[in-house]
Design a protein around this ligand. Structure first.
Ligand SMILES: Nc1nc2c(ncn2[C@@H]2O[C@H](COP(=O)(O)OP(=O)(O)OP(=O)(O)O)[C@@H](O)[C@H]2O)c(=O)[nH]1
Ligand SMILES: [Mg+2]
Length: 314
C-alpha cells in the first residue's frame, strides 16, 4: 500500500500573479474569482485536491502589497495569517524583465514579499507562473536572480492558464506533506458556500465591466437567496437548467460618482453587469436565476473596520 499524505499548502505572492487561476486549475472547478486587476481576492479560499496518494488543501490568499486603508490591511493580514496554518508555502511569482526586455528583474514588490517570508521555518517552494508569457531561455536567469535573494526548497515552472507544469506541482506538493489520512471528505473540493460564491461571481462581473477605482471600491452583499423554487439536484439534465433561485444582492460602492458609473447611461452598465452575473450564477447553481441587483453608496467603506462590517466583509 502506498503511504498517504495530507496537509495544507498556502498560495502566496504579489497581487495578480495568478494564485486564484492556479487554485481553480488545481481543483478543476471555479472556486475563486479571477481578474486582470490586482487585489481581486479579498479572503482566504481553500481548495481541496484528493488523489490516491493523498490530499492537499491549497489555501489561496489575497496578494501581498503595500497596504493602505482598512480593506488592504485586512487582506494582507489574511494572507500572512495563512502562514501559521499550513505545512508549506508555494510562493508564486510572474516573470519580470527589466527595461531592455531581456534582463530578468526582481522587483521591489517581490523583494518585499521575500522579506516577509524570511522568518518562515517551513518549506518554501518557488512557483514561477505565466511561463507562457516569456521565452524559455529567459526563465532560468530569472529563477537564478530570485535564488540569489533567498534559497528555495524547490523551483517549479508552471502556467496556470495552459495547465503546463501543474500536475508536477501537485505531485511535488503532495510529496512534501506529512504522512496522514485525508483531512476532508474526498467529495469536498472547497470551503466556499454557494451564497458566498454567488456574491463573488457578481463582484467578478463588476471587476470585468469597470475600471480605475471602481473595482477596488466595490463589494457585494447577498440580501436574500430564495431556493423555494429550486428543483432537487439529482436527475437534472446535463447542461439543462432546472428550477429557479432568486438572488437579491446589493452592490456597494464608496462614492456617488461610482454609483453613477456602475449604473451607467439609462442603467445600461448595471444591466450588462447583471446579465453576465446572472449567467455565471446559472452555471454555478445549475438552475435558472432571477437576480435583483441594487447599488448602494457606503461612503469610504474600505477605510475603516466599521465600513468593512457594513458591507459584510468582517
Ligand atoms: N498568460 C497567463 N496569464 C495568467 C496565468 N495565470 C493567471 N493569468 C492571468 O493573470 C491575471 C491575474 O490572475 P489571478 O488568478 O486573478 O491572480 P491573483 O494572484 O489571484 O491576483 P489577486 O487575487 O489580485 O492577488 C488574470 O488575468 C489571469 O488570467 C498564466 O499562467 N499565464
Ligand atoms: Mg486571487
Amino acid at each position: 500500500m502506498t503511504v498517504q499524505r495530507s496537509g495544507f499548502a498556502a498560495l502566496l505572492g504579489r497581487p495578480n500573479v495568478g494564485k486564484s487561476t492556479l487554485l481553480n486549475r488545481l481543483v478543476g472547478e471555479k472556486i475563486a474569482i479571477v481578474s486582470p486587476k490586482p487585489q481581486t481576492t479579498r479572503t482566504r479560499i481553500t481548495g481541496v485536491v484528493t488523489r490516491p496518494e493523498g490530499q492537499v488543501a491549497f489555501v489561496d490568499t489575497p496578494g501581498i502589497h503595500e497596504a493602505k486603508g482598512a480593506l488592504n490591511r485586512t487582506m494582507v493580514e489574511a494572507a500572512l495569517a495563512a502562514l501559521k496554518d499550513v505545512d508549506l508555502v508555494l510562493l508564486l511569482v510572474e516573470p519580470a524583465l527589466g527595461p531592455d526586455g531581456k534582463t530578468p528583474e526582481v522587483t521591489p514588490g517581490v523583494r518585499a514579499v521575500l522579506e516577509r517570508l524570511a522568518p518562515v521555518r517551513k518549506p518554501v517552494l518557488l512557483v514561477v507562473n505565466k511561463v507562457d508569457t516569456i521565452p524559455k531561455p529567459l526563465l532560468l536567469p530569472f529563477v537564478a536572480a530570485l535564488a540569489r535573494v533567498r534559497p528555495f526548497d524547490e523551483v517549479l515552472l508552471v502556467s496556470a492558464l495552459t495547465g503546463d507544469g501543474v500536475e508536477e506541482l501537485l505531485r511535488t506538493t503532495l510529496a512534501r506533506l506529512p504522512e496522514g489520512p485525508p483531512l476532508f471528505d474526498p467529495e469536498t473540493f472547497t470551503d466556499q458556500q454557494e451564497v458566498g460564491l454567488a456574491a463573488e461571481l457578481i463582484r467578478e462581473q463588476v471587476l470585468r465591466h469597470t475600471r480605475q477605482e471602481v473595482p477596488h471600491s466595490a463589494a457585494v452583499g447577498i440580501d436574500a437567496f430564495d431556493e423555494s423554487e429550486r428543483a432537487p439536484r439529482p436527475g437534472s439534465k446535463p447542461g439543462g437548467l432546472q428550477g429557479l433561485v432568486r438572488v437579491h444582492a446589493t452592490l456597494y460602492v464608496e462614492r456617488e460618482s461610482q454609483k453613477a458609473i456602475v449604473i451607467g447611461k439609462r442603467g445600461a452598465m448595471l444591466k450588462a453587469i447583471g446579465t453576465d452575473a446572472r449567467k455565471a450564477l446559472e452555471r454555478l447553481l445549475g438552475t435558472h436565476v432571477y437576480l435583483d441587483l441594487r447599488v448602494k453608496v457606503e461612503p469610504h467603506w474600505t477605510e475603516s473596520e466599521r465600513g468593512l462590517r457594513r458591507v459584510g466583509l468582517t
